[in-house]
Design a protein around this ligand. Structure first.
Ligand code: F3S
Length: 689
């Protein structure tokens, strides 16, 4: 077992099946790397996990919600019968809880029956939003890796857990084998400097961050929040900030495990009683004695700072989190509001409902506004009823909805109609998300939402009692890209990994450069074929990249290596975006960066990917004239044994030599088995022998 503060060291693994050794990096680990280390399986002894590594993870818990049934069908389709570890799995029903149609009730019954048969912890419709239950019931716990088949798994970072989303195939793989894979993302540090002014909330911080750092600065990164006074940020604020790191583009956003968190768990303990299976004296003492903390010499890809004292109540939108403005500025614009929402996993905890009630007390909701309220869980609703906050809101004219997602995801009553304007304490304001595509959606804190509901226009809380909206200040921020410490020179022999039979030792080919950022999945595989079943491999090869460049087919040949710009594979999740490239007999894609969904779909379908921004820069320097598909004459070689990539130009001169992520045994096995589903089937077959 590795200690949390252990350092890497060169160490041969005698008789190891796959690895003879590993990269001898001697730097410390950040919190993300330490948590992943704890939940990685089959690591060579002494191996320290760092950003970039592909690892097999066995998460502490995995949650699925209304999507449990499709995951169950996938699970069964893989030939699995019994889940590997029913204590690892949680099923909740939260998205479509207002839908009482026979079809939905049948789906819900199927999920409940499945959970009961398998002995899985199940939370029925009405109990609350899955993410909130995961926190209330201690499944997501500080220092653990907890995943869910939902994009807002980031929420768990608010209590110091590494929460990250997975796709349905991953969920089915974890059900069947207890495991899936993860590529540890680059980690950025977010320094929250200073303290918040009175009336400014966690929501204002994340709304400001999304609007001010709106050029994908943290795209596909994991974030660690720090700050001298971070202990003054209540846990509910942290949960809101962590929740919306998803909209900011990050894969996770983790807060420190500190005294404020210990106090939160102690008060939870007195609420739950002594015998709770996950939140009890023993688990809290262990947490206090061994909190996960970053090493002093841990590496962060970049450091972003925001001065909290300069943040004021803020509003994001319309229809994009990349636009944020102080509420005071929008108040001056007199933006009339039709609907207001205090719902969702972002901001419907007790303190949110209490804060909204404090604003509303003694007032009525504006006659032109419908104000919908749903608690994040039944426990929260009960507490809000006991405190009187719930009644305060209802007496003012708020419309209650059952604990669950509802309008946040555009389901049930109270959606935005064409031409309407909504202000919501939720996390997403994409066009059409909360109803009509012809509506405008803004996001804000419960306080700003409540104030806007009372005054009938986007307003600052101060205005409710006749005060003036505060003046517009400039939020102070900064960003710094950090120098990566020089990696130790890897001795030829010491640096070698082994390869699994069936996995190539070297992958070579001519580079075909697609000099474009944000190539989307529709460009890679046209939407019109996506829902056609049984498209033959030849047709897939033929239409591959057709929507991106009609000449792609004639300019490429089997064995080429695609190198593309940044954020390759953005857009809707489409497995064929990976399989069509393989159908074209192109074994791998290199890019400046990948969309997270494409990255997962690629490996899950046995398409290898590598992220090498330097190679993109070199190609752009050499070939400044933009051509959608260019044969370069450059030769690419990935030496899997040495974990190095080298690129030579037509004259044979070395253009680039770079150390790249190790392809661990787990990832090799997935590729050899033709993807994650094939690997799961092989694992099931092994365990039934
Ligand atoms: Fe549900 Fe909305 Fe959260 S759909 S899980 S409340 S983001």
């Amino acid at each position: 077992m590795l200690s949390m503060n252990s350092r890497g060291a060169i160490r041969s693994i005698d008789g190891g099946r796959f690895f003879s050794s590993f990269s001898p990096l001697l730097r410390g680990q950040n919190v993300i790397e330490k948590i992943v280390q704890k939940y990685s399986v089959d690591l060579p002894e002494g191996k320290n996990v760092f950003s970039g590594d592909y690892v097999t993870i066995r998460p502490a818990h995995v949650m699925t919600h209304d999507n449990t049934w499709p995951v169950a069908l996938k699970f069964k389709g893989l030939g699995a019968k019994k889940v590997k570890d029913n204590r690892q799995i949680v099923n909740t029903l939260d998205h479509d809880v207002q839908n009482k149609s026979e079809k939905n009730l049948t789906k819900y019954r199927n999920i409940e029956n499945f959970a009961r048969e398998q002995g899985i912890d199940f939370y029925p419709a009405g109990r609350g939003i899955g993410h909130q239950i995961m926190i209330e019931e201690g499944y997501a716990f500080p220092g653990t890796l907890t995943v869910a088949s939902d994009s807002h798994s980031n929420t768990y970072g608010g209590i110091g857990a590494l929460g990250t989303p997975i796709v349905r195939t991953d969920a089915a793989a974890i059900w069947a084998t207890g495991q899936t894979w993860w590529n540890v993302p680059p980690v950025a540090k977010v320094e929250l400097k200073g303290v918040l002014s009175k009336g400014v909330t966690g929501k204002d911080v994340i709304v400001a961050l999304c609007g001010l750092f709106n050029h994908d600065e943290v795209l596909n990164h994991a974030l660690e929040f720090t700050g001298e006074y971070i202990d003054q940020l209540p846990i509910d604020y942290r949960l809101t900030i962590a929740n919306m790191t998803t909209e900011w583009g990050a894969l996770s956003g983790v807060f420190p495990i500190d005294q404020t968190l210990f106090d939160f768990y102690k008060s939870r303990l007195s609420r739950l009683g002594a015998n709770h299976p996950r939140i009890n004296k023993q688990t809290i003492t262990e947490l206090e004695e061994n909190p996960v903390k970053a090493d002093d010499d841990a590496y962060y890809d970049k450091t972003l700072t925001i001065d909290l004292s300069t943040v004021e109540p803020s509003v994001s939108g319309p229809n994009s989190v990349k636009i944020s403005n102080p509420a005071s500025k929008l108040s001056a614009d007199n933006i009339k509001v039709d609907k207001a929402y205090l719902v969702s996993c972002t901001n419907s905890r007790l303190s949110d409902i209490q804060a909204a009630a404090d604003i509303v007390k003694g007032h009525k909701i504006s006659p032109g506004v419908k104000f919908y309220v749903a608690a994040a869980s039944s426990e929260i609703q009960k507490d809000a009823e006991s405190s009187g906050a719930w009644q305060t809101l209802l007496e003012a004219g708020a419309i209650p909805l059952p604990a669950g997602c509802g309008p946040c995801i555009g389901l049930g009553v109270g959606l935005l109609e064409p031409g309407e304007v909504g202000i919501s304490a939720t996390n997403r304001n994409f066009k059409g998300r909360m109803g009509s595509r012809d509506a405008l959606a803004y996001l804000a804190s419960p306080e700003v939402v409540a104030a806007s509901a009372i005054l009938g226009k986007i307003s600052s809380p101060a205005e409710v009692e006749g005060g003036a909206a505060p003046g517009v200040s400039t939020v102070k921020t900064s960003i710094r890209k950090n120098e990566k410490p020089e990696e130790e020179e890897v001795a030829e022999e010491a640096g070698k990994s082994s390869v699994l039979s069936g996995f190539p030792e070297k992958i070579t080919g001519e580079i075909v450069f697609l000099d474009t950022d944000n190539i989307n999945t529709d460009g890679i595989y046209p939407g019109k074929y996506t829902y056609q079943d049984d498209v033959p491999r030849e047709t897939m090869a033929e239409v591959c990249m057709q929507n991106y460049d009609l000449d792609f087919g004639s300019k490429t040949q089997a064995g080429d290596i695609i190198v593309a710009g940044y954020n390759f594979g953005t857009g809707s999740s489409r497995e064929q975006a990976a399989t069509a490239i393989l159908a074209r007999d192109i074994p791998m894609v290199v890019a400046g960066s990948f969309s997270n969904t494409f990255g997962r779909n690629a490996i899950n379908n046995a398409l290898l990917t590598l992220q090498i921004p330097k190679l993109v820069s070199k190609l752009r320097e050499e070939f400044p004239e933009k051509v959608p598909t260019r044969r370069t004459g450059w030769k690419f070689e990935w030496d899997v044994l040495k974990s190095t990539v080298s690129v030579k130009n037509e004259k044979g001169e070395v253009i680039l030599k770079e150390k790249v992520s190790e392809v661990g045994p787990n990832l090799q096995a997935i590729i050899v088995e033709g993807g994650l589903e094939g690997w799961v089937k092989a694992e099931i077959a092994k365990s039934s022998k």
